[in-house]
Design a protein around this ligand. Structure first.
Ligand code: NAD
Length: 411
């Protein structure tokens, strides 16, 4: 039900923009649903010799700007509506960032923590076996997403090579370095978020040393955001994970927390001198300059939107603010940067990996970060300019720019 709402929300968001852009009915019809959605079974033999059938999806939303691009997630809550929604968001994100890609997304209904490594490998290979004719470096290019990683991409691309007989390294991104994976891909989303933070600081004349930040989520995205923001001189006063977080009024030592998390697996036991434990609810309601949402969707809803005290919000997770909460935040003059702009560092880096894999010309991490900064800064400027010109918020401006580009290219 929740996922159905997620898709309907995405569709409604698109229809509102389509109306504002006066798009023709046939273009609206094409864009309001994915061009293709593939549903399939993945049977595997488990370690105890029994057969088990899993269900997989691939949603190919639109390819007007280029091959479909988007991750594959392994999660028990994956559904057709979820992949449909996420593939549509990928179309807008790629368009906004001027990437030559359309939008795709896939997934398998599974809790990967319940599988052995051998079973996980069979499942990953099974996914590719089921849909490989619909994949390819110029057709549809998957990448990691929730609970999938470079190892899973390695199994998948290896299966793809076997089935097609083609060693096409650009058919997947987020791969290990020895398969033309990109240096800096892991950190790219968090790094990109800090590029946006710096643009925000420039725009609103914030002094990093005096700017306090709270970050919800300390996984790949949140921890890299924290690391790069602290390197830029910002004061991170709180970070959290699913089971609580840490707070220190005059600034946490992020490197120590990263080291502790690496050693122990979770940050809630990384409390040091003068640090205090903090709940997720308390973190969201802290009186900080910037609140970074880097965990899950719907964490700010109409239930807590009135209690948010941050002046700026950066959405690093997908959909962390519900549409009704957004209205409340806007009325309260809280300025937020939407997910399709601020968390786009990952797909931009995937684009660099795709080029690197095609050209067989290895990029240095420095080059990745420099090019990433250029692309995100340019998109931020375009969005900000339009939002000022039309007196609309950044989300609406982002959607207008991205939907318009896709619609024009369909024409
Ligand atoms: P991750 O699994 O590495 O980390 C997630 C973090 O959120 C963990 O610290 C976890 O403890 C915390 N968390 C989970 N549920 C929570 C809850 N209910 N309350 C508070 N904290 C909670 O995931 P990630 O790769 O860092 O992704 C985070 C978000 O960013 C997701 O929404 C993802 O879709 C989005 N995103 C990720 C990328 C990427 O490149 N990894 C790119 C774009 C968007």
């Amino acid at each position: 039900m929740e996922n159905q709402n997620f898709f309907l929300n995405c569709q409604k968001q698109f229809l509102d923009i389509a109306n504002k852009l006066n798009l023709k009915t046939e273009i609206i019809e094409e864009l309001k649903e994915p061009q293709r959605i593939i549903k399939f079974q993945i049977p595997i033999k488990t370690d105890n010799g029994k057969k088990k059938v899993f269900f997989g999806f691939r949603s190919q939303h639109n390819n007007a700007l280029g091959p479909y691009k988007g991750g594959i997630r392994f999660h028990q809550n994956v559904s057709e509506d979820e992949v449909k929604a996420l593939s549509m968001l990928m179309t807008w994100k790629c368009s906004l960032l001027n990437l030559p890609f359309g939008g795709g997304k896939g997934g398998i209904i599974v809790n990967p923590k319940e599988l052995s490594k051998k079973e996980l490998e069979k499942l990953s290979r099974g996914y590719v076996k089921a849909i490989f004719p619909f994949l390819g470096e110029n057709i549809d290019i998957p990448a990691p997403d929730v609970n999938t990683n470079a190892q899973i991409m390695e199994w998948m691309i290896d299966e793809y090579f076997k089935l097609t007989g083609k060693k096409s390294f650009a058919a997947f991104t987020g791969k290990p370095l020895n398969l033309w994976g990109l240096e800096g891909r892991e950190e790219a989303t968090g790094y990109g978020g800090v590029v946006i933070l710096k643009k925000l600081a420039n725009t609103f004349k914030l002094n990093p040393q005096k700017t306090t930040i709270a970050i919800q989520g300390f996984g790949n995205v949140g921890s890299n955001f924290a690391y790069f923001a602290q390197k830029e001189g910002y004061k991170i006063i709180a970070v959290s994970e699913v089971d609580n977080g840490i707070f220190k009024e005059d600034g946490l030592n992020i490197e120590e927390i990263l080291e502790c998390k690496k050693r122990t697996g979770k940050i809630s036991i990384c409390i040091k001198n003068f640090d205090k434990e903090i709940t997720n609810k308390q973190l969201l309601e802290l009186n900080v300059d910037v609140l970074v949402l880097a965990a899950v969707e719907n964490v700010i809803s109409k239930n807590n939107a009135e209690k948010i005290k941050a002046k700026y919000i950066i959405e690093m997770a997908n959909g962390p603010i519900t549409p009704d909460a957004e209205g409340i935040l806007e009325k309260r003059k809280i300025f937020s940067v939407p997910d399709i702009l601020s968390n786009s560092g990952g797909v931009v880096a995937s684009y660099f990996e795709w080029i690197q894999s095609k050209e067989k010309n290895r990029w240095k991490k420095e080059k990745t970060f420099v090019e990433l900064s250029k692309k995100l800064s340019k998109s931020f400027d375009e969005v900000f300019f339009l939002s000022k010109k039309k007196k609309i918020n950044l989300r609406e401006a982002s959607y207008i720019l991205s939907v318009d580009k896709v619609a024009k290219s369909i024409k």
